[in-house]
Design a protein around this ligand. Structure first.
Ligand code: CA
Length: 748
C-alpha cells in the first residue's frame, strides 16, 4: 500500500528503474489451466514469461523446462503475488538453462514425489543458471510424520535460491538440500541467500536438518555453495540446523534466532563460516558452530544467550576417529577459530565426543583472539581430551578465576557496550582486535523471504483466545470444545458433568474450573474423555475427573492421542486436578498415546491421582529403535499418585542415533504410594526410563512401590537421582551407565 503514497515523480522514477534494470520481456502469457501451461512451456522462447492466473492450482506437477539466455531468461510467475496457491499433490521440477520461477505458494497438500521443488526433471536433465525466488512453502507436509521428503533440492550448477519463505516442515526429511551426486552437480557455485527459514518443530529423530549441503558419500568433493544472509528462526528439527557435508562452502551473514542445534561442519574440508549471528535468548539446546574436519575457518561470528551443551555448544571442537570411514568423524586439522564473540552462553567444548572410537584429538589448529564473556565470570570451557594440538593465542575471558585452559587466555574484567546493531563489544580500545569486529552487521528479518506473506507470530499456545463459560448440561462441554478456536479457554461452573461422546481436541485449548471453591466434577461414558487430534493441545486446570461411568472395557484411557501419525507435537498440561477411579476394568490409563505421536510437553503439577488400574504416562510406543520417542519434556511436580496398577511413567527412546536432545524427564516433590505393582505392569517398575537424555528425580517419596529404573544408552545422558525416599520399595536400578545418586534413603 506504500505505493499509493508515493508522488508521481517518485513513481515515474521507480518505473524507470524497472525498465532500465529488467531485460526486455514480453508482458507474459496468462495461463488458466494445466493444459494451457503445458502448451505455453513447450513454446517458450528466451525472454518469455508464463503467468499462472490467480486462484488455486490443485494436483499440479509443474515441469518447467526451457533454454533461456543470460539476458533473456524464461520466467514462470504469477498474476498477483500471494493469490496463486499450489495445493494438493503438487511439486515443481526445473530443467534447462536460465529459468526463473517466482511467486508460487505451496500449501494445503504435500508432494507426491520426494521433493516439492527440484532443480532437475530427472537424473539426466538438470537446471543451470536458474533461479527460484519469492516462493513460499508453508506446512506442505506429508501427513505421516515419519515419511521422508524434502522441500527443496538443488542440483546442477550456478543456480540461485533467494528470498523464499519456508515454514512448518513437520515431517521427516531435510527442509532444503544441495546434492552433489553426479559430476554435473559438483563445484556448483549455487547461491542460497535472503531466505526466511521459519519454525521447524523438533522432529524427535535424525532427519530434521533445515539445510544440508552434500552427503557423507560425496563429502570430499567441493561444492562452492554460498549460504548468505538467511534468517533461521526456531529451526528446531534436530541437533544439526545446518549439516555441511562437502567442501569449499561459505556460510556468511546469517542469523540464527532461538534455533536448537548448531551449524555443523559435519563432513568436508575448506569451509568458511563468518559474520554469522546466533541469538539463543536462553532457549534450551540453542547452539552455535560445531567443528569437524580439515582447513575450516570460523571467524568473526557472534553468539549470545546459547544454552546448548555437548554437540550443541556455542562452539564445539570434536574429536575424530583414527582413519575414519567417510561417514564417521574426521579429525580436526589445520583449522582456524578466530575473532568470535561468545556472550552469556553456557558451554564451549574442546575434543568433544572423545570416547574409545573418537580418539583422534584436534591438531594444527588455532584458536585466537576470541572473546568469551559471561557476566558472572563463569568458566564455560570443557576440555574432554588432549588439546595440545590447538594453539591458543590472545583470547580474553571475563573475570574467570580459574580458566580451564591455562595458555592463550587472559582473564580480566571486561566492560561491554552495546553497538547500534544491538551487538556487544568491549569498551577498552586495547581489546579492539579481540572478538567479532565492530562493524559486524545483523541481518534484518524483514529483508528475508517475501513481504507479501506474513511471517509467523509466536503467540502462546494456551490462553491467547476467548473465554467461554459453561454450566452443567447435556453436551455442554462437548459443544463448547467443538466450537473452540486456537487458544480458547472453556470455564466450567461447579456441578456434575456427564460426557456421552468423545471430545476431540483439534486446537490448543484450556478447560478449567470457573471457581476454585466449587470445582466441576466430570465423568464420561465412552472409552476416552478427550482425544487429542493433530494440531490439538490440552490444558486442564482445577477439575475433578472420575472414570466411574466409563464402559467396562479393558484399555480405556482418560485422554488419548490420535490413533494415527500426528504431524504436530502436542502439549498436555495438568494443573491442580484430581483424577480418580480409572478402574472399571484393567489397564485403564490416564494417557494413552499412539506410535508416530510426539508430545512436546507433558506437565503434571499440584495434582492427585488415585485408584487407577493402568498407567499414568505410558510413552513407549516407538519400539523400532530408530531414535524416536513419544515425549520431549515430561515434568511432574508436587503431585501424588496412589494405588496405580501400572507405572507412573514409562519413557522409551531406543536406538543409537545421536541427533536428538530429548527426551527429558523431571519429577520432583511428589509422592508415589503403591504404584506399579499390578501383574499387568510389563515394565515391572514405577518409573521406567530408557534412553532419556536428561533425567532428574528429586525429593520424591516412593512408598510400597515398584522400583525406579533408569537405563542409559547413547548421547552422554545425564541422570540425577537425589534426595528421594524409597520406603518398602527396592533401591533405584541404574543400568548400563552412571547416574548421580545422592542423599537417597532406602528403608524397609
Ligand atoms: Ca542429522
Amino acid at each position: 500500500m506504500r505505493w499509493i503514497k508515493k508522488t508521481t515523480i517518485q513513481y515515474a522514477f521507480l518505473v524507470l528503474i524497472v525498465i532500465v534494470t529488467t531485460p526486455a520481456v514480453s508482458a507474459g502469457v496468462v495461463v488458466h489451466s494445466q493444459a494451457e501451461y503445458g502448451k505455453a512451456v513447450k513454446q517458450a522462447q528466451p525472454g518469455d514469461t508464463i503467468v499462472l492466473a490467480n486462484g488455486e492450482w490443485k494436483d499440479f506437477e509443474i515441469v518447467f523446462t526451457g533454454e533461456g539466455k543470460a539476458d533473456r531468461p524464461i520466467t514462470l510467475t504469477v498474476q498477483d503475488k500471494g493469490k496463486v496457491v499450489i495445493s494438493g499433490r503438487s511439486n515443481l521440477r526445473l530443467a534447462g538453462q536460465h529459468l526463473v520461477v517466482s511467486g508460487l505458494v505451496f500449501k494445503n497438500g504435500y508432494t507426491p514425489t520426494g521433493e516439492v521443488i527440484s532443480f532437475r526433471r530427472n537424473k539426466e536433465d538438470l537446471a543451470y543458471h536458474s533461479r527460484v525466488t519469492e516462493v513460499v512453502i508453508d506446512s506442505y507436509n506429508n501427513p505421516e510424520r515419519t515419511e521422508t521428503d524434502y522441500w527443496v533440492i538443488m542440483y546442477g550448477r550456478n543456480n540461485r535460491f533467494d528470498h523464499n519463505h519456508l515454514v512448518g516442515k513437520n515431517n521427516k526429511g531435510v527442509t532444503m538440500a544441495v546434492r552433489l551426486d553426479s559430476e554435473a552437480s559438483q563445484q556448483n557455485h549455487h547461491r542460497i541467500d535472503h531466505n526466511y527459514f521459519g519454525y521447524r518443530p523438533n522432529l524427535g529423530s535424525n532427519g530434521g536438518e533445515t539445510l544440508r549441503i552434500g552427503t557423507s558419500h560425496y563429502s570430499l568433493t567441493d561444492s562452492y555453495t554460498v549460504v548468505e544472509n538467511n534468517f533461521f528462526e526456531r529451526c528446531n528439527g534436530e541437533v544439526e540446523i545446518i549439516s555441511n557435508k562437502s567442501g569449499r562452502n561459505v556460510y556468511r551473514g546469517n542469523v540464527f534466532l532461538e534455533s536448537r542445534g548448531t551449524l555443523t561442519l559435519r563432513h568436508g574440508n575448506d569451509n568458511l563460516v563468518e559474520n554469522n549471528v546466533f541469538f539463543g535468548n536462553g532457549v534450551d539446546h540453542t547452539g552455535g558452530i560445531r567443528l569437524i574436519n580439515k582447513r575450516q575457518t570460523i571467524r568473526n561470528n557472534y553468539m549470545q544467550g546459547l544454552t546448548g551443551h555437548r554437540f550443541a555448544s556455542a562452539l564445539t571442537v570434536m574429536n575424530g576417529v583414527p582413519d575414519s570411514p567417510i561417514n564417521r568423524y574426521h579429525q580436526v586439522e589445520d583449522s582456524v577459530i578466530e575473532n568470535n564473540t561468545v556472550i552469556d552462553s553456557l558451554h564451549i567444548e574442546m575434543a568433544a565426543g572423545s570416547d574409545e572410537e573418537r580418539s583422534a584429538v584436534p591438531k594444527n589448529t588455532v584458536f585466537r583472539n576470541n572473546l568469551i564473556y559471561n557476566r558472572d565470570g563463569a568458566s564455560i570451557i570443557t576440555v574432554h581430551d588432549d588439546i595440545s594440538g590447538i594453539d591458543f593465542e590472545g583470547n580474553v575471558l571475563n573475570a574467570v578465576e580459574t580458566p580451564a585452559i591455562d595458555r592463550g587466555f587472559s582473564s580480566r574484567r571486561v566492560e561491554l557496550q552495546k553497538l547500534p546493531t544491538g551487538l556487544m563489544r568491549p569498551v577498552d580500545p586495547d581489546l579492539a582486535g579481540v572478538g567479532a569486529s565492530v562493524d559486524l552487521a545483523v541481518l534484518d528479518r524483514a529483508s528475508t523471504g517475501v513481504d507479501w506473506y506474513p511471517k509467523p507470530d509466536n503467540r502462546p499456545r494456551f490462553g491467547s483466545g476467548k473465554t467461554t463459560r459453561i454450566e452443567p448440561a447435556r453436551d455442554a462441554l462437548y459443544e463448547a470444545v467443538k466450537a473452540a478456536a486456537a487458544g480458547d479457554v472453556i470455564e466450567l461452573a461447579g456441578g456434575d458433568y456427564l460426557v456421552e461422546k468423545f471430545i476431540e481436541v483439534h486446537v490448543p485449548l484450556t478447560v478449567r474450573a470457573a471457581d476454585d471453591s466449587n470445582r466441576p466434577h466430570i465423568e464420561f461414558e465412552r472409552s476416552a474423555l478427550f482425544e487429542i487430534k493433530d494440531g490439538g493441545s490440552l490444558k486442564l486446570e482445577g477439575l475433578r475427573i472420575s472414570g466411574k461411568s466409563a464402559p467396562d472395557n479393558a484399555g480405556n484411557a482418560m485422554i488419548r492421542t490420535s490413533r494415527y501419525s500426528m504431524l504436530n507435537a502436542y502439549d498436555l498440561l495438568v494443573e491442580d486436578c484430581d483424577v480418580v477411579d480409572l478402574d472399571v476394568n484393567h489397564s485403564f490409563n490416564f494417557l494413552e498415546v499412539a506410535k508416530s505421536t510426539l508430545a512436546d510437553r507433558i506437565e503434571i503439577r499440584n495434582s492427585r491421582f488415585r485408584n487407577i488400574s493402568g498407567a499414568i504416562l505410558e510413552l513407549d510406543k516407538e519400539t523400532d529403535d530408530l531414535g524416536l520417542y513419544n515425549a520431549e519434556y515430561v515434568t511432574i511436580e508436587r503431585s501424588e499418585f496412589e494405588d496405580i496398577g501400572e507405572a507412573l511413567a514409562v519413557l522409551y527412546r531406543g536406538g543409537t542415533d545421536e541427533s536428538t536432545f530429548g527426551p527429558h524427564f523431571d519429577v520432583r516433590q511428589s509422592k508415589l504410594q503403591n504404584v506399579g505393582k499390578s501383574k499387568r505392569n510389563k515394565s515391572g517398575a514405577s518409573v521406567s526410563l530408557l534412553g532419556v537424555q536428561l533425567a532428574d528425580i528429586h525429593d520424591v517419596e516412593f512408598i510400597e512401590s515398584a522400583p525406579l529404573r533408569v537405563t542409559l544408552t547413547v548421547g552422554g545422558p545425564i541422570t540425577r537421582v537425589t534426595n528421594n525416599t524409597f520406603k518398602a520399595t527396592p533401591a533405584p536400578e541404574i543400568r548400563n551407565g552412571e547416574a548421580v545418586l545422592s542423599d537417597n534413603t532406602v528403608s524397609p
